[in-house]
Write a protein that binds this ligand. Structure first.
Ligand SMILES: Nc1ncnc2c1ncn2[C@@H]1O[C@H](COP(=O)(O)OP(=O)(O)OP(=O)(O)O)[C@@H](O)[C@H]1O
Ligand SMILES: [Mg+2]
Length: 264
């Protein structure tokens, strides 16, 4: 398969097949000192498209995500991103001295902020924890609060940097379902950074593999979610191959291949 076969549109009903991309990077390069971390990268993301970004540790995933989030310097470069965007990181990053609902509305202006927080928290199943303190939340609840905070910003682009990595397997599966239901309800474009090949296959319209700051592999997944078992095996092999993981090197259990187990 040609790894650079151009922009492909997702198969989900809410995506206009010929819509103009909301994210557009051309020849994007990021260096830290003498090290080139992102190397002449081209990337388009369609409105409402769900992309999973895989790559070894240090391949530049977070650097790319921070650029799309506007958290890193991209001055003078050909980078287009929507103004309405939000990020969820691996840790929820909640302010412990602010109640849950105030964490959700952090930085938001307007009079109805509590009502907005309530709506967002209801959507992630935490409507009853509005006035809780962050330290009383479980790990999964804290991540759901972080998702609610992202949601309250009504993002066109939702950036997720390994948001489920620290959660147990069962909670992670529930989070997958939650993210998919939020995505279906609000149709943001999503860029999900993950080390979990099966997570990428289960969730994404398109999977990208980053290596040394370049996209070395790209797969569009047309099969509907929930009906991907038949293609998962071949796809997993292709992705692991792009990731440079030899057969038997990745840890396998309960159908989950964790690339993290194969990190150098
Ligand atoms: N502010 C910085 N200054 C110098 N080097 C940096 C900086 N931020 C990132 N790097 C380097 O850039 C490279 C890519 O880092 P990045 O965090 O993007 O990797 P990653 O793919 O997200 O890795 P991981 O899977 O471990 O999270 C690493 O070698 C890292 O040390
Ligand atoms: Mg990272």
């Amino acid at each position: 398969m040609d790894a650079r076969r151009g922009f492909l549109f997702a198969d989900t009903p809410q995506i206009a097949r010929r819509a103009a991309p909301i994210v557009r990077l051309r020849n994007f390069t990021r260096r830290f000192g003498a090290n080139t971390i992102i190397d002449k990268l081209d990337l388009d993301i369609a409105p409402g498209e769900f992309i999973a970004l895989l790559g070894r540790s240090g391949s530049g995933k977070t650097t790319l995500l921070r650029t799309l989030a506007g958290l890193d310097d991209s001055r003078g470069q050909d980078v287009t991103v929507p103004a309405a965007r939000a990020v969820v990181f691996q840790d929820a990053r909640l302010m412990p001295w602010k109640k849950v609902w105030r964490n959700v509305t952090l930085g938001l202006r307007g009079r109805d902020t509590r009502a907005r927080a309530e709506r967002a928290l209801n959507e992630v199943g935490l409507g009853h924890r509005l006035d809780a303190w962050p330290l009383t939340l479980s790990g999964g609840e804290a991540q759901r609060t972080a998702l609610a905070r992202a949601l309250a910003r009504e993002p066109q682009l939702l950036l997720l940097d390994e948001p489920f990595a620290a959660l147990d397997a069962l909670t992670r599966i529930r989070m997958h379902e939650l993210v998919l239901s939020l995505w279906r309800a609000h149709s943001p474009a999503i860029l999900l950074v993950t080390h979990d090949v099966d997570e990428a296959i289960a969730l994404a319209d398109r999977v990208l593999v980053l290596d040394q700051g370049r996209i070395v592999g790209e797969e569009r997944i047309d099969a509907p979610r929930g009906e991907r078992d038949g293609i998962a095996r071949d796809l997993r092999e292709t992705l692991l191959n792009w990731l440079g993981v030899k057969p038997g090197q990745a840890g396998e259990g309960n159908g989950v291949v964790r690339l993290a187990a194969a990190r150098p």
